[in-house]
Design a protein around this ligand. Structure first.
Ligand code: ZN
Length: 127
């Protein structure tokens, strides 16, 4: 049984994301880090750090792609505790900048991102 991290979208957590389980990908400790910060806030923090792989014991999957992983977060998880303000993501690809709403980012944009992520992709969350 594996579980998906609601912060970064990593879907091979060995424990359910609660009761002090730590996501090996983003390093969030559930029941602790998400006590004061919402999952979307924690996600923004992780993204602003450059989406580093957290664990030294659990290695990142081969061909790990944090952009695609983020796109796989179910909408219900990503909008949890959001205070109503839409979260916008700006995607810079070369000279092109796209601003997309985080709600649109999930799923529907995944295929597009797969295309983009082969280039020089710069992604940031804005609240
Ligand atoms: Zn995570």
């Amino acid at each position: 049984m594996s579980y998906q991290c609601p912060v970064c979208g990593y879907d091979r957590m060995s424990e359910s994301p609660k009761d002090f389980a730590i996501c090996p990908c983003c390093g969030v400790e559930f029941g602790y880090d998400d006590f004061e910060c919402s999952h979307s806030e924690l996600r923004s923090q992780w993204i602003s750090k450059g989406m580093p792989w957290f664990s030294q014991y659990t290695l990142a999957p081969q061909n790990w792609n944090p952009y695609l992983q983020l796109a796989q977060i179910p909408q219900s998880a990503s909008s949890e505790k959001s205070e109503g303000d839409p979260v916008f993501i700006s995607v810079n690809v070369g000279n092109t900048r796209r601003i997309i709403e985080a709600a649109d980012f999930n799923g529907s944009v995944a295929g597009h991102l797969q295309l983009l992520s082969t280039g020089n992709l710069d992604l940031e969350f804005r609240c």
